[in-house]
Design a protein around this ligand. Structure first.
Ligand code: F3S
Length: 104
């Protein structure tokens, strides 16, 4: 399965969700997550993300985000359409420590 990481926080470009053939993206206020029970490992979302926020679950950098994706995928609503990114999305693109700073 694939995993959305903290690089998505406050960027939320949503290009990923429009491409997913199984509609496995879920939308929170500051980021999207992938439902691991719906992801079919096609990888089509990976190159769509301008923030390079999506990683395969076997990537060590994805490990801290596995549980978060699974937990919030069960709570947050499905998203399949593109939405305008936050006006300051580009300013947050390469920012470090976003989870600690913004996630609620
Ligand atoms: Fe987030 Fe990238 Fe999708 S910034 S909303 S994972 S296109």
């Amino acid at each position: 399965t694939f995993v959305v990481t903290d690089a998505c926080i406050r960027c939320k470009y949503t290009d990923c969700a429009t491409m997913c053939p199984t509609a496995c993206f879920r939308e929170g206020e500051n980021m999207l997550v992938i439902d691991p029970t719906e992801c079919i490992d096609c990888g089509i979302c990976i190159p769509e993300c301008p923030a390079e926020a999506i990683l395969p679950d076997i990537d060590p950098l994805a490990t801290p985000w596995l549980e978060l994706n699974a937990t919030y995928a069960a709570i947050w609503p499905e998203i399949t359409n593109r939405k305008a990114a936050p006006a300051d999305a580009d300013a947050h693109r390469d920012e470090k420590g976003k989870f600690e700073r913004y996630f609620s």
